[in-house]
Design a protein around this ligand. Structure first.
Ligand code: GCW
Length: 617
C-alpha cells in the first residue's frame, strides 16, 4: 500500500480544493474548477460560459480579451474547462472549433468484487466495495469523478465481469445504494454500468435462463423496469457469457446473438446499451491437441453472427486475439463485423504488462492497434480499470498516465503518443523542462523495453501462471488455457498460416499475406505466426536466437538506464520514493526475465551468444 496522498487528484494538482459536497450541477462545478485554477497562479483570467444544451458533451473554447469563453452542453462546458486547464498546463495551443468525442461511449470496466478485492487489481482494494457491500468515502468518489471528467470518460462499470455473489444484488436489493453512488458521479458526466450474470433468473426462482423462454424474457423486462426506475440514467449492462466458466446461452443451445438480444430488448425501452464481451474460447484445451488454436476462437464464433445483433448491442472485443499480451496482432474480429457495433477493449490494469510495478506506458501500443485496424471499425472504447484504494489511486504514481491517456484517445483516436505522454507529465508535475523531457522519454520507451526483456517476438504467455508477473517460459505449456509456445531443440512458435492452424487466414487479404510470410511478417510478431528454427535469418541478418539474446540483454540494460534517469528527477514526495522503489523491483524483474529466457533458449538451441555475454547454464 502506497503512502497516502489523502484525496489528492492524480493529475492537475493545482485543482487543490475538493469539489464541495452538494455541488451537483456540471456548470457550477465548471465555474468552481475555473475559479480554483485561475486563482492559483494564473490570476487575471476570467472564464465565461455559454450554455447550448443540445451540444451535450461538445464544446468550443475561444479567447476573449484576457479570458476565455466556453460554449457547450452541460457536460461539454465542464469538459471544456478541463481541456482549457490541461492545455495551459501542457503548454499547448487551444483546440480550434467545436470539440466532440470521436467515440460516444468511453467506458472504464472495473473488476471490483463486493468483498473488496479487485480481480487483477494492482492498486489496492476496491474504492467502493468492502465486506459484501458499498463502503466508500464520498469525497474520494467525487475526486474520481473529477479525474474521469477531466479526460472525458463517461461510463464506469462498477463490478467485475466475473459476477460473484452478492453482486447480483446490485440489480435488486442494493439498487438504492447504486443510485446513491450514481448520484455522486452524475454531475461529472459519468454514468454507471453494471455487470450482470446471465444465469440470474435461476437464482430467482426460475427453472431456466434460456433466452428464448418467455418467462425468462419477462423476468428480465421486469427487472429492467425496476432498475431504471431507481437509476434512470444507467448506461446499460456488461456481460461475460460462456467464457471461463461463466454461464451463457450455450447451455440452452442458443447463439450469443440470441443471448445478447434477449437482454438488449429488455433494456431498450430505457435507452440501455448491452455490452457483450467477445472474449470466448475453450479454456479446457488439451495441450496434445494441436488443431484447436485459441486465437481463432472469437472470430470462429462471432463472425458468422455479424448482422444478427440488435442495434443496442455492442460487442466488446479485446485488441488482440489472446488476452492483453505485450504484443499481439490486432484481433481479426475487428475487421470482420461490419454490421455489428463494436467496442475496442484495452486493459489499463497491467495484468501482463508489469503489475503497475514495471513501467508500461500504453499509448504507443494503442497507436499501433488503432492504426492497424482503422479507428472507424469500432463505435466505443472500453478499458479495464487500474484504479484502487491506494493513496495515489494507481499503485505506481506513473500508472495514472494510462487512465489519463485512455480518456484522450476516446476523444481523439489519432492522438500522438509522444504528445499525450508529454501532456500527462506536464499536467502532473512541475519540473524543469529538461526533467519533463527525461520523464516523458522514459515513459515513451517503456513499452518497447518491457517487450524486449519478456516473451520474445510475439510469442506471448511466458509469464508465471496465475500471478502473471515474472518469467516462466514453460509455465503455461502443459496447461488447459490454449497458451503454448511449443519450444524444443528444433525451434519455437506455432505455424498459424494456412499450412498450420489457419489463424492468419482470418484477416483481410492484405494482412493475411503479410502475416503468412516469415519474410514479410513484422519481426515483433514473427513467433506469433510462425514456427521457426533458431538459425532463421531475420530481416537485419541476425539469427532468430541471436535476436532473442540481444533483445534480452538490451531490454535489461534499458531498464537499468531508466532507473538512472529517474534518479535524476526532482519529483515531489511520496512519488519520488515510490517510483524509485518500484523501479528497483522492475530492474530485478528485468534481470530475472533476461536470465531465465536466455537460459531457456540456450538449453534448447545449444547455440552460444555470439557476443559471449553471460548466459547461465
Ligand atoms: O485476462 C483474463 C484475466 C481474468 C479476466 C479475464 C477476462 C475478469 O486473467 O482475470 O477475468 O481475462 O477478461 O474476462
Amino acid at each position: 500500500m502506497s503512502k497516502s496522498w489523502g484525496n489528492r487528484l492524480a493529475w492537475l494538482p493545482k485543482l487543490n480544493r475538493p469539489v464541495p459536497e452538494g455541488m451537483n450541477n456540471p456548470l457550477e462545478i465548471a465555474a468552481f474548477e475555473a475559479e480554483t485554477y485561475f486563482q492559483s497562479g494564473n490570476s487575471g483570467k476570467s472564464v465565461f460560459f455559454e450554455l447550448y444544451p443540445a451540444m451535450k458533451e461538445a464544446y468550443a473554447i475561444r479567447k476573449d480579451g484576457d479570458g476565455y469563453v466556453i460554449s457547450g452542453g452541460q457536460t461539454g462546458v465542464l469538459y471544456g474547462v478541463y481541456t482549457l486547464i490541461r492545455g495551459i498546463e501542457a503548454g499547448e495551443t487551444l483546440p480550434e472549433g467545436t470539440q466532440k468525442p470521436y467515440y460516444p461511449l468511453r467506458m472504464i470496466n472495473c473488476w471490483d468484487n463486493m468483498d473488496g478485492t479487485v480481480e487483477r487489481g494492482y492498486a489496492g482494494r476496491s474504492i467502493w466495495f468492502e465486506n459484501g457491500r458499498f463502503d466508500y468515502d464520498p469525497a474520494r468518489i467525487r475526486q474520481m469523478g473529477r479525474m474521469l471528467a477531466s479526460v472525458g470518460i463517461n461510463v464506469l462499470c462498477i463490478n467485475n465481469v466475473n459476477v460473484h455473489q452478492p453482486a447480483q444484488h446490485l440489480l435488486d436489493t442494493l439498487l438504492p445504494e447504486v443510485e446513491e453512488f450514481a448520484a455522486i458521479l452524475r454531475p461529472f458526466g459519468v454514468r454507471l454500468m453494471l455487470s450482470v450474470d446471465f444465469s440470474m433468473p435461476l437464482q430467482n426462482g426460475l427453472s431456466t435462463a434460456d433466452p428464448e423462454d418467455v418467462q425468462v424474457q419477462d423476468w428480465w423486462k421486469a427487472q429492467a423496469q425496476k432498475i431504471w426506475k431507481c437509476v434512470p440514467d444507467l448506461a446499460g449492462f456488461l456481460v461475460k457469457a460462456d467464457s471461463e466458466h461463466r454461464p451463457g446461452p450455450n447451455a440452452y443451445n442458443r447463439t450469443h446473438a440470441q443471448g445478447a438480444n434477449m437482454l438488449a430488448r429488455a433494456i431498450k425501452p430505457f435507452g440501455g446499451v448491452l455490452v457483450w464481451r467477445a472474449f470466448v474460447y475453450n479454456c479446457l484445451q488439451d495441450w496434445r491437441d494441436t488443431q484447436t488454436d485459441r486465437p481463432r476462437a472469437a472470430y470462429d464464433l462471432y463472425q458468422p453472427l455479424d448482422g444478427c445483433f440488435d442495434e443496442n448491442v455492442v460487442l466488446q472485443v479485446k485488441y488482440g486475439p489472446f488476452d492483453f499480451q505485450v504484443r499481439e496482432p490486432v484481433s481479426p474480429l475487428l475487421y470482420a463485423m461490419p454490421k455489428t457495433p463494436l467496442a475496442l477493449e484495452f486493459q489499463l490494469a497491467q495484468e501482463y504488462t508489469g503489475h503497475q510495478i514495471d513501467l508500461f506506458a500504453m499509448p504507443p501500443l494503442w497507436r499501433e492497434v488503432l492504426d492497424q485496424m482503422g479507428k472507424e471499425k469500432v463505435c466505443a472504447v472500453a478499458a479495464v480499470s487500474n484504479l484502487g484504494r491506494d493513496g495515489n489511486w494507481f499503485g505506481h504514481p506513473f500508472a495514472a498516465l494510462n487512465l489519463f491517456a485512455f480518456g484522450l484517445y476516446g476523444w481523439n483516436p489519432d492522438a500522438d503518443p509522444q504528445k499525450v505522454i508529454a501532456a500527462w507529465v506536464r499536467n502532473t508535475y512541475t519540473l524543469p523542462a529538461s526533467q519533463q523531457d527525461t520523464l516523458a522519454s522514459v515513459l515513451l520507451g517503456s513499452r518497447k523495453t518491457y517487450e524486449k526483456y519478456t516473451a520474445p517476438l510475439g510469442l506471448c504467455w511466458m509469464v508465471r501462471p496465475e500471478s502473471h508477473y515474472g518469467p516462466s517460459p514453460y509455465g503455461y505449456e502443459f496447461q488447459a488455457w490454449g497458451t503454448y509456445n511449443r519450444a524444443d531443440c528444433r525451434g519455437v512458435g506455432i505455424d498459424r498460416t494456412e499450412k498450420g492452424t489457419g489463424y492468419a487466414c482470418q484477416y483481410p487479404k492484405e494482412w493475411a499475406e503479410v502475416f503468412a510470410s516469415p519474410q514479410a511478417c513484422p519481426d515483433e510478431l514473427l513467433l506469433f505466426f510462425h514456427r521457426l528454427p533458431y538459425s532463421f535469418r531475420m530481416k537485419d541478418g541476425r539469427t532468430l536466437i541471436q535476436r532473442i539474446y540481444d533483445d534480452h540483454f538490451e531490454g535489461c540494460r534499458e531498464a537499468e538506464n531508466m532507473q538512472e534517469a529517474l534518479k535524476t528527477l526532482s519529483l515531489p514526495e511520496p512519488d519520488r520514493e515510490e517510483a524509485l522503489q518500484r523501479m528497483d523491483q522492475q530492474v530485478q524483474n528485468a534481470r530475472e526475465w533476461r536470465d531465465v529466457i536466455n537460459t531457456f533458449f540456450r538449453r534448447f538451441s545449444g547455440i552460444e551468444d555470439e557476443k559471449g555475454r553471460k548466459i547461465y547454464d
